[in-house]
Design a protein around this ligand. Structure first.
Ligand code: SAM
Length: 191
């Protein structure tokens, strides 16, 4: 059954400061991070069992390190992010490879899709950054179909990883409510 994708609208619950920050760094992120993280995105969607024709939602997609490999595998991809600039860069990447990816600006805490809309819902280094990460994960599970999959790529406890710990402490110095990134994994939604 085709997914019932509810289109349009800007962030239902804007996280304005975070969005502005990501808008500002988007071009640099697209140049340095997206190309180097694309292999990981490809590995994740392959392990999650994405096949041609499956619907795939990317939450906090950035400029496409997970969406582009999903589309290369033949997935019907919808990429969401709070940052319109990131999604413009993602669209440019998709165009340059002749891939078709739908995009929508939205807050991952309040996904603008009906329940059970997608075969697989993924987030690479995205939901782990949400101020309310459990809410973000609940939303991913809500829009995955029964028997579908939720794929999360996330760093573990930054205190255990030197270079991330350094970065997180720097961010915490200006953003004291930053929560700890956790877990890596693929979960199945019960039927
Ligand atoms: C570290 S980047 C990851 C981008 C991409 N998934 C990747 O693997 O390269 C984090 C992304 O999360 C997005 N983001 C952060 N909070 C968000 C929120 N509440 N709703 C939607 N996107 C959000 C940012 O705009 C940014 O594009």
């Amino acid at each position: 059954m085709p997914p019932t994708w509810k289109r349009g609208g800007s962030c239902a619950r804007p996280v304005a400061r975070s969005r502005q920050a990501w808008d500002r760094i988007a071009v640099g992120y697209d140049r340095t991070n997206t190309p180097t993280q694309m292999w990981l995105g490809g590995e994740g969607v392959r392990r999650a069992g994405l096949r041609e024709g499956m619907s795939f939602l990317d939450v906090a997609a950035g400029s496409g390190a997970l969406s582009i490999p999903a589309a290369r595998l033949g997935g019907r991809v919808f990429a969401t992010d709070q940052s319109a600039v990131m999604l413009e860069l993602l669209e440019a990447r998709a165009r340059s490879e002749g891939l078709s990816i739908e995009t929508g600006v939205m807050d991952g805490h309040a996904l603008e899709f009906a329940d059970a809309s997608f075969d697989i819902v993924g987030s690479q280094f995205g939901v782990m950054l949400f101020p309310d990460m459990p809410k973000g994960i609940d939303e991913m599970a809500r829009v995955a179909r029964p028997g579908g999959r939720v794929l999360v790529h996330a760093y573990g406890d930054p205190r255990q990883i030197d270079f991330i710990g350094f970065f997180v402490e720097a961010v915490r110095a200006v953003r004291t409510r930053l929560s700890n990134p956790v877990h890596v994994g693929i979960g199945s939604k019960p039927r």
